[in-house]
Design a binder for this molecule. Structure first.
Ligand SMILES: Nc1ncnc2c1ncn2[C@@H]1O[C@H](COP(=O)(O)OP(=O)(O)OP(=O)(O)O)[C@@H](O)[C@H]1O
Length: 207
C-alpha cells in the first residue's frame, strides 16, 4: 500500500499530491509540465518534496524534515520514459543489476519473453524489446511498488497492445501497486483500475 501526501514548490506552481494506492493499477495523466514525472521522482527518491510524507507498506520513505530514505532502500521499481538501460551492459547484465534472486530473474526473463536477447546490447534491440527489458529489470529488484513513466509511448500500436497485456498479466502475478503515467486516454481507460489526473500540480481522481 502506497500512502503519499506531499507538496513541492515547482517553477510555476506548487505540486500537491495525495494518493492512497492498494495493489491496483493507477494511471496518471495530465498535460505536459503538470508535475507527473516530479511526482514519480519524489516517490522513487530521485527528488524530494518540501513537506508531507510518503509511506510504502510499513516503510516511511519521506517524512517532513527527517532524512529521506535512500533510493536503493525504497523497494520501488522505476521504468523511465526512455527506459534508461545501461548502454555498455548486455541485456542479461542490465537485468541482473540490482536483482535479488537468480531463479526469480530467470522466471521474469521467461515471462516477458526476452530469453533470446540476453547477449545483446541495448543499441541492438527494438523499442518494444527495450521496454520488456526495462520492465524485467525493475521487477527483478522485487519492488513493493512499480512506477512507469509513459512506458509505451514510443511503441507502434501492435507492440503497445502486447506490452499493455503483458503488464496486466504481470500485475496479476505480482499484485503490487502500479502507478503508470500516460498521455493516452484510451490506454488510461483500458489499463487503469483508477484514473488520476493532474493539472498544474493539482492531482485529482477521475470518478
Ligand atoms: N526540482 C524542481 N524545482 C522546480 N521546478 C521543477 C523541478 N523539477 C521540475 N520542475 C518543473 O515542474 C514542472 C513539472 O515538470 P514534470 O517533468 O514533473 O512534468 P510532466 O507532467 O512530467 O511533463 P511531461 O509530460 O512533459 O513529461 C515543469 O515546469 C518543470 O520545469
Amino acid at each position: 500500500m502506497l500512502k503519499a501526501n506531499f507538496s513541492k514548490q515547482l517553477d510555476r506552481f506548487p505540486l500537491n499530491v495525495n494518493i492512497n494506492l492498494g495493489n491496483e493499477i493507477a494511471v496518471l495523466s495530465g498535460p505536459s509540465g503538470s508535475g507527473k514525472t516530479t511526482t514519480l521522482n519524489c516517490i522513487a527518491g530521485l527528488q524530494h518534496p518540501d513537506d508531507g510524507f510518503i509511506q510504502l507498506g510499513g516503510n516511511v520513505l519521506f517524512k517532513g524534515k527527517q532524512k529521506p530514505a535512500p533510493v536503493q532502500n525504497r523497494k520501488v521499481g522505476y521504468v523511465f520514459q526512455n527506459y534508461a538501460l545501461f548502454p555498455h551492459m548486455t541485456v542479461k547484465k542490465n537485468i541482473e543489476y540490482g536483482a535479488k534472486d537468480a531463479s526469480l530473474t530467470s522466471q521474469l526473463i521467461d515471462a516477458v519473453g526476452i530469453d533470446h536477447l540476453m547477449n545483446k546490447y541495448p543499441a541492438q534491440i527494438s523499442g518494444g524489446e527495450k521496454q520488456r527489458v526495462a520492465l524485467a529489470r525493475a521487477l527483478a529488484t522485487q519492488p513493493n511498488l512499480l512506477l512507469l513513466d509513459e512506458p509505451f509511448s514510443s511503441l507502434d500500436h501492435q507492440t503497445k497492445v502486447q506490452c499493455q497485456q503483458e503488464l496486466v498479466r504481470l500485475h496479476k502475478l505480482w499484485k503490487i501497486p502500479i502507478l503508470l503515467v500516460t498521455h493516452d486516454r484510451h490506454e488510461a481507460e483500458s489499463l487503469g483500475h483508477r484514473i488520476l489526473h493532474i493539472e498544474k500540480g493539482v492531482l485529482k481522481e477521475d470518478k
